[in-house]
Ligand binder design. Structure first.
Ligand SMILES: [Zn+2]
Length: 504
């Protein structure tokens, strides 16, 4: 990109923000951050650190990790006032360039935290780069300085003039959507889907059959793309940040905890493909097909929505189907996947207390998987009930349309109507409307499973595909165990529905 001017000019009218990140003492786990700022017309400026990152719906209070915040103008220190926990207010001379610098502690290894040690660095931009209050739309550049020899960078950010260490974001939403991984990284041979490059780059990938892994991953991407039919990015990067738990989705990349050791075991490979299918499908479902409330992001207060059960729960639903449709698992494994979600939900005492919409809204206080400890019986996880309701909706739509339409058509409608055409998210009512438009009937009865705690009548829906759920009670543990079975006789129509569900 060539929109950046490296020479600061006093008469420049557009603000220019240039970040430089260095790691002088990686063993101390501190990043050093400098911001060169010019072309700013106000005299009082509020710099803010986000409190959270989209994709991880918890207050992270990143500003707590910031130390030694200094502002300078013409080599003179400027007064810095802390307006609140995550806001630094400075007074500058109009139109004169100035510099900020601060250190960020990064000693906790987690997918939603920045981390630094002598071997590698992982940057969550939301925890490293302050923005100017109410000015998220300003372009920004980031330079990584003082990297050890042999180290490489993986990020979804665009390079400046093909530089390996300087990057550009058209605004802060893009910057905050692109984590940066630095270290002795390994890149696996990339693949193309519909002519578009997909890469897998990571730190400490481990020993495994990398050719089979990438061939499986390509099938997963193709199968996910087939649900929507369109690829909205120029390039996509899977970024493996090392062993650990969890992943976070972005528009053109995902950062995933990854340990390839053990992938030679077919079950471990299947679990990994499910995980990657889930994170990858999110680039549609939540990043583009999104709840109305999830944009623009409020990096201060968070964005509460009733619809995380769609963004997360239906991503679990599709994760299961994508891996099956990719030909990587058999029917029994697909059933086992659904059984694990249904059994977890049906045995959670919170299922009589909290609806899907409530669990979505309350996640900021309940935690990522619902309340824990002594209040665990007051909450459910939308990761478990979401795919169960996905089954109900998919089969209700198939039944109403004689299998001509499915939940896939709902996802496509949301993508084209709200993301592409209206460029906004959908409301609760609009999601139900999209399902009903596709089904051409009212689905009020089915949406009771979304808005209330009404017991789910699975078999009323599964029978349409010649399936049923058998319930067994384990009297010792007082738990229920559900398992998928085929109906004794399956007619032609049930066969057809079953195979079109599995194969798209
Ligand atoms: Zn997810």
């Amino acid at each position: 990109m060539s929109v950046l001017t490296n020479n600061v000019q006093a008469q420049s009218v557009n603000p220019v923000l240039q970040y430089t990140v260095s790691m002088p003492n990686p063993e101390s786990h501190y990043f050093h951050v400098e911001l060169n700022c010019s072309g700013w017309k106000e005299e009082t400026i509020d710099f803010k650190m986000p409190n959270w990152m989209p994709g991880y719906y918890q207050m992270m209070n990143y500003s707590k990790m910031v130390e030694n915040f200094v502002a300078k103008n013409d080599n003179k220190d400027l007064a810095v006032t802390k307006a609140n926990e995550n806001t630094w207010q400075i007074n500058v001379t109009k139109n004169r360039p100035f510099t900020l610098s601060y250190d960020v502690k990064a000693d906790k290894q987690f997918v939603a935290n920045s981390f630094l040690d002598t071997t590698h660095a992982y940057i969550i931009p939301n925890s490293l780069f302050v923005y100017i209050n109410e000015n998220l739309n300003i372009p920004v550049s980031v330079k990584i300085s003082g990297m050890k020899e042999g180290m490489k960078i993986a990020t979804g950010l665009e390079s400046i003039k093909e530089s390996k260490t300087e990057f550009y974001a058209s605004d802060f939403d893009i910057l905050y959507d692109c984590p940066i991984l630095i270290g002795d990284l390994e890149e696996l041979p990339s693949f193309k889907v519909k002519g578009i490059e997909h890469r897998f780059v990571g730190y400490k990938l481990g020993n495994f059959d990398k050719v089979t892994f990438m061939s499986n991953l390509k099938k997963v991407v193709e199968s996910a793309v087939a649900v929507i039919g369109d690829i909205p990015y120029k390039e996509y990067t899977f970024i493996g940040i090392g062993p650990g738990q969890g992943g976070i989705e972005h528009l053109n990349n995902t950062t995933v905890s990854f340990d390839g050791n053990g992938l030679d075991n077919p079950d471990t490979m299947t679990t990994m493909m499910n995980f990657l299918a889930h994170e990858y499908f999110h680039h549609y479902n939540v990043k583009r097909i999104r709840p109305f409330e999830l944009g623009p992001f409020d990096y201060d207060k968070g964005n509460k929505t009733n619809l995380l059960w769609v963004s997360e729960g239906l991503s679990v639903y599709y994760e299961y189907l994508i891996v099956k449709r990719a030909g990587l698992i058999n029917e029994q494994t697909l059933f086992n996947n659904f059984e694990s979600s249904i059994n977890a939900f049906e045995n959670s005492p919170g299922r009589n207390y909290q609806s899907l919409t409530q669990s979505s809204f309350e996640t900021w206080s309940d935690g990522p998987f619902g309340k824990q400890g002594e209040n665990a019986n007051k909450a459910i996880s939308y990761y478990d009930k979401g795919p169960a309701v996905g089954l109900v909706l998919d089969f209700a739509i198939r039944k109403a349309t004689e299998n001509k339409k499915s939940l896939d058509d709902v996802m496509q409608l949301l993508y084209w109507q709200y993301y592409k055409k209206m460029q906004r998210g959908f409301t609760d009512a609009e999601f139900q409307q999209a399902c009903e438009t596709t089904a051409r009937i009212s689905l009020a009865k089915e949406f009771e499973y979304v808005y209330t705690t009404k017991e789910i009548d699975y078999n009323a829906y599964l029978s349409y595909a010649g399936l049923r759920l058998k319930e067994q009670v384990d009297y010792d543990s007082k738990s229920k165990k559900y398992s998928f079975q085929f109906l004794d006789t399956k007619n032609e129509s049930q066969q057809k529905v079953f195979y079109s569900w599995l194969n798209k």
